[in-house]
Design a protein around this ligand. Sequence first.
Ligand code: FES
Length: 147
Amino acid sequence: MKRRDFLKRAIKVFFSILAVSILSVLAYIYPSNIKKRKLHYMYLMDEDDLPRKGVRKIEFEYKLEDRTITNRVFVVAGNDVLTAFSPVCTHLGCLVNWDNNKKEFLCPCHGGKYNMNGEVIAGPPPKPLTRLPLEIKDGKVYVGIKI
Ligand code: FES
């Protein structure tokens, strides 16, 4: 094999490996199943049962393939504004709880704390709790989650 042919092959092999490496990294960063997740509205409660003021944890179930999934959200009512928060801590994904005495969401894993608006007030969480869309239709309340 001539030196020139060897160099051509070596360059082709190098760029092939580089392309596969880049695609692997992209597939890791942007997994296809996350892209395919769509927003679905799940029934939470009747509108009459909404909290007038304060925070209420609401659990709901839905079917995913053959499994029944139990999920929860926090519905926060205050000053004519209704907000739903995901219970998933934005640090490493533990589930937060609402402490009604302290009026804070507390994460049991690393001491993360959020106020009633979902804003971080202490600990390592890098961003606020995720707000979830709420929809009220025909007297029924639905929350939007991606599944
Ligand atoms: S997972 Fe919540 S503070 Fe770390």
